[in-house]
Write a protein that binds this ligand. Structure first.
Ligand SMILES: [Zn+2]
Length: 468
């Protein structure tokens, strides 16, 4: 069994930073010891390799619970495969993804799960799990939710947006939530009022307003807040846990915060694009705004402060990416002359850890909170803890050695995602990944890729550990 020692680093967890040496035996972390102790010296002497982490952070690998690899959307597919997407994730210090299996109308959940396994199995560089998108609520699919849970998929995403595609009625949501309440599963919600939005979109197009910025203007924050509120009420009535995905608007956050204040099992995530980008990017000249089309849309800059505050107060518990890349050429271009035909989604799986560390550098987040929202809480929220999300004996050796003083500039020229633009082109970042281990295997080290396609394993997840 390979023995690795990570020496002299500052080990991060939700309780803060502690100086410790970390011993890895095979795929797992076996022990921590005080630097300079007899135990640490003995480990180093007998190790196959010692990583010098002095002046560096040693943190649990990032967990991105919201990705869409090779996802079908509007006649095309998101541009990253499970292979290219998990490789890019590893470059940025993310060692677990949870991707969405997408039920097509008229198909079963179990056939959908099989299909997503056939896309991912043997192709991932780091470990992965699945959520299930339920787009066809009927007696069969409700019953199949139980089989999904047995297969390690216990989070089910529904849409209040996209009528005619993924949209679920309040009645369908209620039925799925009742099943979730009965089984301990979590309902994840895309909360935007799609029925109203479609009318605003039709009106804009009829008035000849076709530019990408219209994508943002026809999906106002009020319609995210309204749907968020409605989802919370449906969850309350059924007793279902609710996890609001990609929350973007201050008004929606207020709804989540109010529900949490009552003790309801309501949680929410946001994404780096809502913390760093804004409606101004959607309004870039020409067709460039198409790069920034995702739903919910980027909001006016004023929302960003509320989102950072929500992360500090835990009204926002998780930061995921909603990584769903479409190339500018040939894919985003499908919407030239009609913003409603621009594929929805942005690349980001590679840069989440860095963008959040930038938040630490800017004083928005503490170090402890960085690790918590990027790794530990995602693990606990989706039933992976303590196997993932913590540097502790017995945990998988998914470890990132991070240099907080390195500087880098984000760019499509240097990123590893299979997409022809960066949403953060030219953005300077303080901090950079130095080394990444996935279950004890070196994937990234010193600016080089050492990983292996197929190393990543499917994760059978347990129930959320936050429910009361
Ligand atoms: Zn998504």
């Amino acid at each position: 069994m390979t023995r690795l020692v990570i020496s002299g680093g500052s080990v991060l967890s939700p309780s803060g930073a502690a100086e410790a040496d970390v011993l890895v035996d095979g795929e797992r972390i076996s022990a921590l010891a005080a630097p300079g102790s007899e135990a640490a010296a003995a480990w180093a002497a007998g190790a196959d390799r010692v990583f010098d982490a002095s002046g560096r952070y040693v943190l649990p690998g990032g967990i991105d619970v919201h990705t869409h690899m090779e996802m079908p959307f509007g006649g095309t597919f998101s541009a990253d495969t499970f292979e290219t997407g998990t490789r890019a994730a590893a470059w940025g210090g993310t060692t677990t993804i949870i991707d969405f299996a997408v039920q097509a109308k008229g198909t079963t959940l179990l056939a959908t799960l099989d299909k997503w396994h056939s896309k991912a199995d043997g192709n991932c560089v780091v470990d992965y799990g699945f959520h299930m998108i339920v787009s066809d609520v009927n007696d069969t699919s409700l019953k199949e939710m139980e089989s999904c849970i047995d297969a390690g998929v216990n989070s089910f995403k529904m849409f209040m947006a996209y009528p005619g595609v993924f949209y679920a009625t309040d009645g369908e949501i209620l039925r799925a939530m009742a099943k979730a309440a009965e089984t301990g599963a979590v309902i994840m919600m895309h909360a935007e009022n799609g029925i109203a939005i479609d009318q605003l979109v039709a009106r804009a197009l009829a008035e000849g307003k076709t530019d990408p910025v219209q994508h943002g203007l026809t999906r106002p924050p009020e319609l995210e807040a309204e749907a968020t509120h409605r989802a919370i009420v449906l969850a309350q009535v059924t007793g279902s846990p609710l996890y609001v995905v990609h929350l973007s608007a201050e008004q929606a956050l207020a709804e989540v915060a109010a529900a949490r204040d009552t003790g309801q099992n309501v949680f929410a995530e946001t994404c780096p694009q809502y913390l760093y980008l804004s409606l101004d990017d959607l309004a870039r000249p020409g067709f460039e705004g198409a790069k920034y089309v995702a739903s919910p849309p980027l909001r006016p800059r004023e929302h960003q402060g509320s989102l950072w505050r929500g992360l500090r107060t835990n009204d926002l518990s998780v930061v995921s990416t909603d990584h769903c890349p479409f190339c500018f050429k040939d894919q985003k271009e499908l919407g030239r002359g009609d913003f409603s035909k621009i594929p929805n989604g942005m690349p980001g799986v590679e840069h989440r850890m860095d963008l959040l560390h930038q938040g630490v550098a800017a004083g928005e987040l503490s170090l402890a909170r960085w690790v918590e929202v990027a790794s530990t809480t995602p693990a606990r929220m989706f039933g992976l803890y303590p196997r993932k999300g913590i540097i502790a004996p017995g945990a998988d050796a998914d470890i990132v050695i991070y240099d907080p003083r390195a500087t880098q500039t984000l760019s499509a020229a240097t990123h590893h995602m299979n997409v022809d633009y960066s949403a953060y082109e030219g953005l300077p970042i303080t901090g950079q990944v130095q080394t990444v281990l996935s279950r004890g295997q070196v994937v990234i080290d010193g600016g080089e890729y050492h990983g292996r396609t197929g190393h990543g394993q499917y994760l059978v997840r347990g129930l959320s550990q936050y429910l009361r």
